[in-house]
Design a binder for this molecule. Structure first.
Ligand code: HEC
Length: 151
């Protein structure tokens, strides 16, 4: 096969896959049950949650351009869908206290083990990477916040 034919085939495949729906969750801006909107979360903690977690764990992801270009859009969409299914900060107030406490506990575990944010996310979001101090600060907050639920 000639190189030129191959190139055309690749281009055609690329164009055709753009029509396959990616299942990218829609952005919803109005979230009355949002964690940050309803609680006095310290500014630095809120900032870290927004920068490092909200793109996959809320109804308000900020999609980069490649979230609209297949095949990368499929990967981004899957992470946002699955992240939101596990934990959605936009629906926080609807949770029972005990469920909130469970989530805060697993957040601190995920952060401590450096499993979250997902490492692949750092590829294009360097500022989402948490320093040891930031991890300590976030973990401390999850504990204080969990305690405050039962006061
Ligand atoms: C790039 C997307 C992405 C980012 C950013 C992200 N997460 Fe996740 N998160 C996921 C996905 C996907 C899952 C479900 C699959 C899994 O557990 O790996 C998940 C699962 C979780 C879970 C549930 C784990 C379990 O199995 O019980 C917690 C808790 C969590 N994330 C917390 C966080 C926190 C806190 C942050 C920010 C510091 C964060 N995540 C950032 C995608 C993300």
């Amino acid at each position: 096969m000639k190189a030129k034919t191959l190139l055309w085939i690749i281009i055609i495949i690329f164009v055709v896959i753009q029509f396959i729906p990616s299942g990218r969750p829609e952005v919803v801006k109005d979230n009355p049950q949002d964690l940050l909107a309803n609680n006095a979360v310290p500014e630095d903690v809120a900032g870290m949650l927004k920068t490092s977690c909200y793109d996959c764990h809320s109804n308000e992801p900020v999609y980069p351009w490649y979230a609209y270009v297949a095949p990368v859009s499929w990967l981004v969409s899957r992470d946002v869908r699955e992240g939101k299914k596990e934990l959605n900060f936009s629906e926080w107030e609807g949770l029972k206290k005990i469920k909130k406490a469970e989530y805060l506990d697993s957040m601190s575990e995920e952060i401590d083990d450096e499993d979250m944010p997902m490492p692949i996310y750092f590829l294009m979001h360097r500022d989402a990477k948490l320093t040891p101090e930031q991890r300590g600060r976030l973990i401390g907050w999850t504990e204080d916040f969990a305690d405050s639920l039962f006061e």
